[in-house]
Design a protein around this ligand. Structure first.
Ligand SMILES: [Cu+2]
Length: 525
């Protein structure tokens, strides 16, 4: 008996020690980071308010690791004429996002007639034009190519290619969401300016004087004059004439109908010009991938735009291989992401951690989901040994507004719901796109409908006819009628809560609940 206890206590102590040590390291690192952050803000003349927001953000991300609000983005560059905001590396935000640590997301907002200085990066970049119009130029293999882009355009700037961009509109902002694929330091990218001066500093003037003189075969004086002038930052304003000049050599690119092995067309495509892959009155999905867009082939990324009609929703689905990085470009609504990892973390977390998390959670109005209910039940002491073996899920409910980013990992079921008042538009970068399949859990092409009759009977413990009746009720596919009004929804959720408590009393398995949840999803709407 005694040895048994020693055997279980020792690993526990080791684990505890490791956790404490890791905690100390993390907090000292955090402190350093904060001090650095603070210094930067003071230099900018900003107060520590932002730091508080950041802490709040970190707290938040621990609870919803797949969701990043507008405030999660940091300014990477700013001038009078525009900003570049960047989301920190995914793997630093959460362990669960290690799979996409090579990717970063930035958002450029350029004022009318703004010009983003030529630079190259140590990362590939795939851009989607959210709003406005402009000209993008890249110099690759010694050739300069300029293309006009507008809302819906997808363009690729390969690593190392000198790229620049201008907002050609005199009135509207140009907004571009970019996925960066880092290839040097995972999750980190750098920009290098050749043409420039003091701000941005040109790489040229960082070489020694003697090297500069020899390389350019001209005097230090003249070099200093040329490379010492620019001090307006990364984004400057062009004149009308300069914009016209930039436009003059730009072609449309675009080859929406051509499939690239047959056409040699290059340059961006506009996904909104394509026929939707899925579409009905509840929504449309527009896609660009390696088949329709040559430039995406080597990056194994699919770019898509989802437009969900006000009051409608996407059918619950998951991706077989892709990790989806989604950025809300317009409208409002919410998403639900079903995640087993978080449920496991909850299960394995210490009692105090769980308590802390619960308290902070209660501050959040919207987290009235099932996971909380079962956590509460656990705290009431209804857990048993066998419960550890069960498959559990936590539902992450994310409010979506313009500028929200969310990640849906491989295999995780998700549903996106547009509010009653506005269409919801989301641009999605799906990485590991090759041979990915969207698998629907409800609707006409639901994977559940394809189960064998016997498999249905066994999985649901119900007669096949009964199962089919439920699974066939939803006639639409891809995009569906959304849930009822919020107030009705609340009432129904209340009823469900009672039902569920009853079920718990009856000690019925969680698996059954999952099946019922799927059935409910299939029949709703
Ligand atoms: Cu998960």
């Amino acid at each position: 008996m005694a040895t048994g206890r020693v055997r279980t206590t020792l690993p526990f102590l080791l684990l505890l020690g490791t956790l404490l040590f890791a905690g100390a390291v993390a907090s000292s690192r955090e402190r350093g980071e904060q001090q650095r952050e603070q210094g930067r803000h003071e230099w900018r003349g900003e107060e520590s308010e932002e730091r508080e927001q950041q802490q709040e953000q970190e707290e938040f991300s621990r609870r919803k690791p797949y969701v990043f609000g507008r405030r999660s983005f940091r300014r990477a560059a700013r001038s009078e004429h525009g900003t570049i905001r960047s989301l920190r590396p995914f793997h630093e935000a959460s362990q669960l996002l290690r799979g996409i640590r090579d990717y970063r997301v930035t958002v450029l907002e350029a004022s009318p007639r703004a010009f983003v200085l030529p630079a190259h990066a140590d990362a590939h970049s795939i851009g989607y034009v959210v709003q406005g119009e402009g000209v993008v130029t890249t110099i690759e293999n010694g050739e300069r190519r300029s293309y006009t882009v507008r809302q819906g355009s997808v363009f690729v700037a390969p690593a190392g290619a000198v790229t620049y961009l201008a907002n050609t509109d005199g009135r509207r902002k140009l907004v571009v969401a970019k996925l960066l694929r880092t290839i040097s330091v995972p999750g980190h990218y750098q920009f290098f300016f050749g043409a420039g001066g003091r701000n941005p500093e040109s790489v040229v003037s960082s070489f020694s004087r003697t090297v500069q003189r020899a390389a350019f075969k001209t005097s230090s004086d003249r070099l200093q004059k040329l490379f010492g002038r620019q001090d307006k930052g990364v984004i400057v304003r062009a004149t009308e004439q300069q914009v016209r000049d930039l436009q003059r050599h730009a072609s449309e690119g675009g080859h929406a109908q051509q499939h690239w092995p047959f056409g040699e067309a290059r340059g961006p495509i506009n996904i909104l010009d394509q026929r939707p892959t899925i579409g009905n009155r509840h929504g449309q999905l527009y896609e660009a991938d390696a088949r329709s867009f040559r430039d995406l082939a080597e990056h194994d990324v699919r770019v898509s735009l989802v437009n969900i009609t006000a009051g409608s929703m996407s059918a619950p689905f998951y991706n077989t291989r892709s990790i989806k990085i989604a950025y809300v470009v317009d409208g409002e609504g919410h998403a639900e992401i079903v995640c087993p990892h978080l449920a496991q973390q909850q299960q394995h977390g210490s009692e105090t951690q769980r308590e802390g998390r619960r308290r902070s959670r209660e501050r959040e109005q919207e987290s009235q989901d099932k996971s909380k209910q079962w956590r509460r039940r656990r705290q009431e002491g209804s857990e048993s040994e066998s419960e550890e073996e069960e498959q559990r899920y936590e539902t992450i409910r994310a409010r979506l507004t313009r500028g929200t980013l969310f990640v849906v990992p491989v295999g995780h079921p998700v549903v996106e719901v547009a509010s009653r008042d506005s269409n919801l538009q989301i641009v999605c970068f799906e990485v590991q796109a090759q041979r990915n399949e969207r698998v629907y859990l409800a609707g006409q092409d639901s994977v559940l409908r394809k189960l064998d009759g016997a498999a249905k009977e066994l999985a649901f413990q119900a007669a096949q006819r009964e199962v089919d009746e439920v699974l066939r009720a939803q006639q639409d596919k891809g995009f569906l009628q959304g849930p009822e009004q919020e107030s009705q929804e609340r009432r129904r959720e209340g009823e469900e809560e009672e039902e569920e408590e009853e079920r718990e009393r009856g000690r019925r398995g969680r698996r059954e609940e999952v099946a019922e949840m799927l059935l409910r999803m299939a029949t709703e709407g």
